[in-house]
Design a protein around this ligand. Structure first.
Ligand SMILES: NC(=O)c1ccc[n+]([C@@H]2O[C@H](COP(=O)([O-])OP(=O)(O)OC[C@H]3O[C@@H](n4cnc5c(N)ncnc54)[C@H](OP(=O)(O)O)[C@@H]3O)[C@@H](O)[C@H]2O)c1
Length: 268
């Protein structure tokens, strides 16, 4: 099958578009034909080696941990899924990802794709959606009627967090640059703050929850807008940029013109 692998850490030039063996599924796993793969910040952070001490990947490694596709084969003891099911998933991040024609995933990590969205939109949902859900409801315990400040509200995690918080019945304040203000208002944000021209701590009244995917100074200043006993929910994996020099992969190098159409159209 075709896949995009890396054989070393480094910049985009270490991505190798190549032919590799189709992965084999075991008991409790399914083989999924990839229709769309989402691209997230964690992909380039892993590619650069920023999370190596945490995840201990070995090479070659296929990136991409957001996927939508169709079940091609099922293992002997799979219970819920059948061949031909349309599914989406955030696969195990310690294993090979979805920049490939096929991926093996544990059945427990796969859900049926909603019929109302296509594969490209479905592949944008699992990682950012789970992050937003866990931050809002499992970490912060957001409830109806509470006030929440969502930083980077137009970003991948932020825009889903906005929609979940509005669905819950919260009063939502979102930060973004001016180009995204209309987008945030269309999503239902009650107060939009321009992080490039305003100090949010001077214009936002006390809140019950802050969702911070930015970190650093934004996190420190966020403490000033929290009510006593309120929650700061952090979902940032931001780290300093790698100082490692780029490594050549030495194989057929990857270029956008070689990318399958379904990947070029995948959400970023
Ligand atoms: N995507 C995921 O599934 C996921 C999961 C777990 C953790 N994370 C982590 O969460 C962080 C954000 O990820 P993402 O996917 O949401 O990124 P993203 O889609 O690239 O969005 C980032 C947004 O940050 C905004 N921004 C930049 N500087 C800002 C500031 N000072 N104040 C407020 N907003 C600012 C920008 O919005 P404007 O253009 O409006 O300025 C940009 O759209 C990353 O560190 C990522 O590793 C992401």
């Amino acid at each position: 099958m075709k896949a995009v692998s890396i054989y070393s850490h480094g910049g985009p030039e270490v991505l190798c578009y190549e032919e590799i063996p189709r992965p084999r599924h075991k008991a409790g796993e399914v083989l999924v034909r990839v229709h769309a793969a989402g691209v997230n910040p964690i992909d380039w952070k892993i590619r650069e080696g920023q999370l190596h001490t945490l995840l201990h990947h070995t090479f070659p490694l296929v990136l991409g941990w957001d996927v939508s596709g169709v079940v091609e084969k099922v293992g002997p003891d799979t219970k819920r899924l059948r061949i031909g099911d349309e599914v989406f998933s955030k696969p195990d991040i310690t294993r090979d990802g979805a920049y490939a024609e096929f991926i093996v995933i544990k059945e427990s990590e796969v859900a049926l794709k909603p019929v109302s969205i296509d594969h490209v939109h479905a592949a944008a949902l699992p990682l950012a959606g789970l992050t937003a859900w866990q931050a809002l409801f499992e970490t912060a315990g957001l409830e109806a009627g509470q006030r929440i400040l969502i930083h980077a509200a137009a970003g991948g995690v932020g825009n889903i967090a906005v929609q979940l918080a509005k669905w819950k019945g919260a009063h939502v304040i979102g930060t973004s640059s001016a180009k995204n203000h209309d987008f945030l208002r269309r999503l239902g944000v009650d107060q939009v703050v321009d992080h490039e021209t305003e100090r949010f701590e001077t214009v936002v009244a006390p809140v019950d929850v802050v969702l911070d995917t930015i970190g650093g100074d934004t996190q420190t200043r966020s403490l000033k807008v929290l009510k006593p006993g309120a929650s700061l929910s952090r979902s940032s994996t931001r780290l300093p940029p790698s100082s490692r020099p780029p490594t050549r992969c030495g194989r057929a190098s990857f270029s956008p013109s070689q990318t399958p159409a379904s990947w070029r159209n995948s959400p970023v």
